[in-house]
Design a protein around this ligand. Structure first.
Ligand code: FA5
Length: 344
């Protein structure tokens, strides 16, 4: 029977094409060409009407069988091709899961900066505002107006870096007192954090370090106010149990003057290289503003009194975190710095 042969030949042709198809698109074309509404199989079946009912049944069954076979084959081949495509994709974009991960280090504040911010916040919470001044300073503000005249031995208290034009790298933050009082009249309550420079280098002295200056001027300010404010700062920074000592001292710009020492936290007061065997480490200088300083900035010393202090931030960081050499703070060694991650 002619028709039977035609259907079988069509089946064979389709099977061959399916097995040779190289992608899903090709498979879809084959499906449409052979099994689609206007496909080859449908075309042949259109001629069934001319046949006897027995032949029609036989051919119909054959056509159905071949249709099912082809659908099965198409499905199977489609799966194969999909799998192959996935494998190709995976081998192209191979990921080596044994490679170590690429870490991105999170940054953190340097311990000196964290300490500086923490101390500043304590004073800000007590009503002080923040003042600033330049690191390259006029000699006049760094010394003269602070009652340290030229050729006075007090100039040697701080070894100074001079610039060619006669300016200096400020040796302390005290010139910000002068700048503030020239601009602003009492009541004044400011702190001035910043970098200062001196020709100094040993385990507790660095040529660049940070100070925080404090200045409070108003009527009836006394040494008791100074002690009270410093006590709050010291207890907030070190806790209530830390030994504190006020020691009489001398600064040209304050009278009377004092220095504050903290019991050495590195050796617990027994004596070590940080406290140079004394059990104490000096962290700040302070005193009542000298009337000569008030005169230099045109503030009436008969009406106003005030206190000032200047504290060493690195020294405080050393005591807080038991750092045995100030120079460790400036090596830039990340292994050192990372130990202080998250202290703020
Ligand atoms: C002063 O600098 C005064 N201007 C402080 C002051 C201000 C007194 C206002 C009175 C009124 P002194 O030189 O002592 O003082 O330094 C103050 C603090 O800075 C010291 O107590 C110490 O903690 C720190 N310090 C001084 N030199 C160094 C240095 N080379 N490296 C690190 N810290 C230092």
């Amino acid at each position: 029977m002619e028709l039977k042969k035609q259907i079988q030949a069509l089946g064979e042709e389709a099977k061959k094409l399916i097995s040779e198809a190289i992608d899903i698109e090709k498979l879809n074309q084959i499906r449409v060409e052979f099994l689609g509404k206007k496909g080859k199989l449908k075309n042949i079946l259109k001629t069934l009407g001319k046949l006897s009912p027995e032949e029609r049944k036989e051919i119909g069954q054959l056509a159905n069988k071949i249709k099912e076979e082809l659908e099965q084959l198409l499905k199977g081949r489609q799966e194969e091709l999909k799998k192959k495509a996935l494998e190709e994709e995976l081998s192209k974009n191979k990921i080596d899961i044994t490679l170590p991960p690429h870490w991105i280090e999170a940054g953190a504040s340097h311990p000196v900066i964290s300490t500086l911010i923490e101390i500043s916040e304590t004073f800000i919470s007590m009503g002080f505002s923040v003042a600033e001044g330049p690191e390259v300073e006029k000699e006049e503000y760094n010394f003269d107006m602070l009652n340290i005249p030229k050729d006075h031995p007090a100039r040697d208290m701080q070894d100074t870096f001079f610039l060619n034009n006669g300016d200096v790298l400020r040796t302390h933050t005290s010139p910000v007192q002068i700048r503030t009082m020239l601009k602003q009249k009492p009541p004044i309550a400011v702190i001035a954090p910043g970098r200062v420079y001196r020709k100094d280098a040993d385990p507790t002295h660095s040529p660049m370090f940070h100070q925080i200056e404090g200045l409070l001027v108003d009527e009836n300010v006394t040494f008791r106010d100074l002690k009270g404010i410093l006590k709050v700062f010291l207890e907030t920074t070190f806790g209530k149990d830390i030994p504190i000592r006020f020691r009489p001292s001398y600064f040209p710009f304050t009278e009377p003057s004092a220095e504050v020492d903290i019991g050495c936290t590195v050796c617990g007061g027994k004596g070590c290289r940080v406290c140079k065997g004394t059990g104490w480490l000096e962290i700040l200088g302070c005193g009542m503003v000298d009337p000569n300083v008030f005169k230099a900035v045109d503030i009436d010393p008969d009406k106003y009194t005030g206190f000032a202090f200047g504290l060493g931030v690195e020294r405080i960081a050393m005591l807080k975190y038991r750092i045995t050499d100030i120079r460790l703070l400036f090596t830039g060694d990340l292994r050192f710095n990372h130990q202080f991650k998250g202290i703020r």
